[in-house]
Design a protein around this ligand. Sequence first.
Ligand code: DWN
Ligand code: SAH
Ligand code: ZN
Length: 404
Amino acid sequence: MAPACLVCTGPVEEFLDLGRQPLSDAFVAPGEDPSREYFFRLALGRCAACCMTQLIEVPPAERMFHQTYPYRSSSSAVMREHFARTAERLLARRRDPFVVEIGSNDGVLLGAVAARGVRHLGVDPSGDAAADAAARGVRVRVDFFTERIARDVRAEHGPADVVFSANTISHDPNVNSILRGVAALLAPGGEFVFEDPYLGSVLANTAFDQIIDEHVLFFSVRSVVAMVRRAGLELVDVERLPVHGGQIRFTAAHRGTRPVSPAVAELLAEEDDQELHDSARLAEFAARTRDRRRDLVVLLRRLRDGGARVVAYGATAKSATVANYCGLGPDLVSAVIDATPTKQGRLTPGTHIPVEPPEAFGPGKADYALMFAWNHAEEIMAKERAYSESGGRWVFYVPEVHVV
Ligand code: DWN
Ligand code: SAH
Ligand code: ZN
């Protein structure tokens, strides 16, 4: 029997199987027993009823997000700037608002809110990241946001004028509880703004590495209209964002309280034109994904057999999918460079490639660097200009396999 949709319980039809995969942010510490790694079947399907694209199997949330969850949003200067501008926009034209963020991580957005003396609260189960946020003057409740927590927050702090969330609403299989909570927490006239990867961009770029344990739902305008409606909310605006390979910023409000921007109907029409939810379109994406694996493996084996030194750049969660799906181990990629202290000195999940700091990279230290953090390519290549200038090459697999 087809699995039940996480949003509407309709039948989910599978269209892509990426095989046995570890948790994408479960880096293995030295001395830790790697045979204790958690594996699951990473596969994607689309609900025949509401069109929500989603994982077929979802690992337990507490295994993915916990005290030592290693990702830190502030590791990218581009994202720091993006969230500083976002904070400014959320606060514009509001007097003495109360701002709640779901998935506040290290306070990259709320830091800018706190700096203006604005009342705020982050909710995030990642305790160490919340401690980093506290160092930025940000108040965080270390918890998963649910309907119950939302009611609790409202009772303690009053209603929220703005609820914001980036890269988190798409991460939770209990999304209906989150949305009911947001509806209960929002003040009349309040807005709920969330930004997440866009299904249209994933398909257009064959960005199969966006499919990871943490990315439970892949949003389109059509599926989000239906999803928020279930909680008494209405989608009132959409805006495409260039960050992280293509996202949408969705704005929702209590139903009937705000005019709906024409951008919603425009993007809905574009999705229809592009047949974004068609089985044929999804099957084509699955076929292109298999092509990328073949092309990448052929290239990396050729480089290895020719004696080239190949490393990767960016120990991204996304790279767990690429490495495990393509079978890339230390024999093909000798190290992964990453600036995040919580990842360095560890091994990549499933494939056990050592994660090393940027000091281990540079002119003469590698011949080819596989760009795992392709969504931050400009920022990283600017930082590592000396490597390119000395003849070092970069290997990409999005939107297709190529070397620059
Ligand atoms: O949604 C999610 C996004 C926002 O973050 C989460 N589910 C998990 C995570 O996904 P990711 O790990 O694929 O995200 P990033 O932002 O693509 O990760 C970039 C990695 O590259 C980080 O580990 C930091 C590193 N990096 C670096 O070493 N030097 C990044 C930049 C910009 C750099 O200059
Ligand atoms: N908002 C940041 C972080 C994204 S990573 C950014 O865009 O860069 C996802 C974050 O969401 C993690 O810090 C994780 O701990 C948190 N998270 C996951 N499920 C959550 C939930 N139900 N409620 C609140 N936070 C959650
Ligand atoms: Zn559904």
